[in-house]
Design a binder for this molecule. Structure first.
Ligand SMILES: *Cc1c(COP(=O)(O)O)cnc(C)c1O
Length: 358
């Protein structure tokens, strides 16, 4: 397949936000996007980099009615050497293919998409912020485009990638958050689509998120759907608890999104010789550990924040503080280390960081 490139004329390019402290998250988009179509007779075809533009879709397009879609979220980083870096991006592309399988959508050719993604990022490289913590967010998306009302897999699809500069997740510094355990709503159930990055999961979580926000909490801590007992995730992040010398996170049993950051945390802890166990653990075990001081650190993990420390947890109307309520030393060390790998500032023994502008 031949990638066609239609560039925006330099004089028509958008003005950029010069003050990187005002970038925010998910509001600004670059000049270009990537698109490619799927038709059952032709397979994936017509790959192109074009100006970022509104889509024209039939209002009957299946994605708009039945949510047949999948997305990804990753970042490109600008190093101190001005190099452009990607972090484990092929893992995101593989995960997207797993989401596609679950949603009965055609898989993408990973090598080809990886090339197109790099070309797109390099074309818009001037948009990559320079301050540490800021990055260029990359959002691949696949949507069902048959104009048809009726529940079946679509036969046609659009795949696209948009880019946007994003600010540091913690504009006021690395601050721990308060979270709320939902015992009324669940995010996902084994056998469902919780391990796919698909839109419906996020729509289904909005009401719990709103109720938590209204009560003054930043995120919802999700319990398993059947026993309402085992810890699953926090908001749209994976979650880790440090019990004494052991770090614990939930196993990937089907209702949990397999985070690339989660896997990075597990591997980094392994390299440091810190015991990290993937096992089921209950809210009861967590509350007991918070009460007797056995749980010393709690943190979420995800591409947006990398590490998000938790300072308190509310369960059934009771607040439990984590440690002294400040960011724990292990959370801080993980954050600093993974961030420095992503910006190409740290020797990478894992082979995760790839410089793409040479
Ligand atoms: C994207 C996501 C994560 C984190 O995945 P990363 O690859 O680390 O960004 C965790 N949980 C949910 C529900 C997610 O959507």
């Amino acid at each position: 397949m031949e990638l066609a490139v239609r560039e925006v004329a330099p004089k028509n390019r958008k003005p950029r936000q010069k003050d990187e402290s005002k970038l925010g998250f998910g509001r600004l988009f670059t000049d270009h996007m990537f698109e490619m179509d799927y038709h059952p007779d032709k397979g994936w075809h017509d790959p192109r980099i074009v100006p970022h533009h509104p889509l024209s879709l039939d209002p009957a397009s299946m994605v708009l009615h039945y949510g047949q879609e999948a997305f990804e979220g990753l970042k490109a980083y600008r190093g101190k050497d001005d190099g452009v870096y990607l972090f484990r991006h092929r893992d995101n592309l593989k995960r997207m293919n797993n989401s596609c399988k679950r949603l009965v959508m055609p898989e993408l050719p990973i090598d080809f998409i990886s090339d197109c993604l790099k070309k797109l990022v390099l074309l818009d490289r001037d948009w990559i912020p320079t301050s540490t913590g800021c990055a260029l967010y990359i959002r691949p998306n696949i949507i069902a485009t048959d104009p048809f009302l009726g529940v079946r897999p679509s036969s046609t699809y659009l795949y696209y990638i948009i880019l946007g500069p994003v600010g540091a997740y913690y504009p006021e510094g690395f601050n721990p958050v308060s979270i709320y355990v939902s015992d009324k709503y669940v995010r996902a159930v084994v056998g469902g689509v919780g391990d796919a990055k698909t839109a419906g999961n996020y729509a289904a979580g909005l009401l719990a998120q709103k109720e938590a926000k209204d009560k003054g909490f930043t995120q919802v801590l999700w319990l398993d759907a059947i026993e309402r007992k085992y810890i699953e995730e926090v908001g749209t992040m994976n979650i880790f608890f440090k019990f004494g010398d052991e770090v614990v996170t939930s196993p990937l049993t089907g209702s949990i999104l397999p985070g690339v950051t989660r896997d990075s945390v597990i591997q980094v802890l392994g390299k440091w010789g810190v015991k990290c166990t993937e096992r089921n653990y209950s809210i009861g075990e967590v509350i007991a550990g918070l009460k007797d001081g056995h749980v010393t650190e709690v943190f979420g993990s995800g591409t947006a924040a990398i590490i998000s420390p938790v300072k308190s947890i509310q369960y059934k109307g009771q607040d439990y503080q984590v440690g002294d309520g400040k960011t724990g030393p292990l959370s801080q060390k993980l954050y600093d280390y993974i961030l420095s790998l992503q910006y190409g500032q740290q020797e990478d023994t894992f082979g995760w960081t790839e410089r793409i502008d040479l």
